[in-house]
Write a protein that binds this ligand. Structure first.
Ligand code: SAM
Length: 288
């Protein structure tokens, strides 16, 4: 099969199958071989790697993965793309396709059944309408993943890797950095897709930790504290945490913050993950 990333080949495939791109499924297909190389290099794909791809489309990135990896499992929601993929990638014997919604699948079982128990790599040009839920599902379900390399909107990539005290730092930065070390691989202009998305994109690599970055007694509570702190971004920590669903009065919040050496007048955007973990652990300790 020709290289699917060639704009001419992509157009021929779409025409041959009478395929109409769906905006609501985030179908912006890649037409640039350099970007496919960057994603594969970012994921450091080697010939004994097992890969999961989310949203293969007509198989453009899939083809790059199939040529480098031992096996690729691709999950595509659009059933009209399955015959297209069978046509474009039918010659590869290291591909398995699942027609399904990645957000609804039991990924732990699917990965275990189809790829076994070795650590896998995830690569994808994600559908932008569900970027964050997909990335958070991959991280929170503690799957057996070594690295996730995905194309996302540029501003989402900036938020994922933002450091405390910067304008992009928020709940997403903390959630992603709790589970992984993010690194932007490359910024991608909008003219490498058919059709062109309105926003610029970026490829980001998330190097997944074996254990989360910090130890915390109650993970769920820590993320509630983070949500409360960023829910009212302009307020001080004392105010945002005391007026949240944590249901702890202001004097107690101040006491907690002081006891872990955090100034209650600070804003949530200044705190590191370690500091959020300390606040949550103190709340657990006080049995509040
Ligand atoms: N990988 C292809 C490429 O790079 O050209 C297509 C990428 S396109 C941005 C996103 C793909 O994700 C589309 O093929 C779309 O149908 C698929 N998709 C959208 N929502 C999905 C979901 N919930 N589960 C699985 N695939 C989904």
């Amino acid at each position: 099969m020709d290289k699917l990333y060639s704009p001419r080949v992509t157009k021929d495939v779409l025409n041959k199958h009478g395929f109409r791109l769906s905006k609501s499924l985030g179908q912006n297909f890649l037409i640039d071989g350099n970007i496919i190389d960057k994603i594969c290099e970012g994921a450091e794909i080697e010939n004994d790697d097992l890969c999961l791809e989310i949203g293969p489309g007509i198989g453009t990135l899939t083809q790059g993965l199939l040529e480098r990896a031992k096996k690729v499992l691709a999950i595509e929601i659009d059933k009209k793309l399955i015959p297209v993929l069978n046509d474009t990638l039918g010659d590869y014997n290291n591909l398995e396709i699942i027609n399904g919604d990645v957000l609804k699948l039991d990924l732990k079982n699917v990965i275990n059944e189809k790829l076994g128990d070795k650590k896998i790599k995830v690569a994808a040009n994600l559908p932008y309408y569900i970027t964050t839920p997909i990335v958070m599902k991959l991280l929170e379900e503690k799957l057996n993943i070594k690295k996730i390399v995905v194309m996302v909107q540029k501003e989402v990539a900036m938020r994922m890797q933002a450091e405390p005290g910067t304008k992009d730092y928020g709940a997403l930065s903390i959630a992603v950095q709790y589970y992984s070390n993010p690194e932007i691989v490359t910024i991608v202009p909008n003219n490498v897709f058919i059709p062109k998305p309105k926003v610029d994109s970026a490829v980001i690599a998330l190097n997944v930790y074996d254990e989360p970055k910090v130890k915390v007694k109650d993970e769920k509570l820590m993320f509630e504290v983070v949500k409360a702190a960023f829910g009212k971004r302009r307020k001080t920590l004392a105010n945002s945490l005391s007026s949240s669903s944590l249901n702890i009065e202001k004097s107690k919040i101040k006491e907690i913050l002081n006891s872990v050496d955090i100034d209650p007048r600070l804003r949530g955007e200044k705190l590191s993950i370690e500091q959020y973990a300390k606040i949550a652990d103190k709340i657990v300790e006080l049995n509040l």
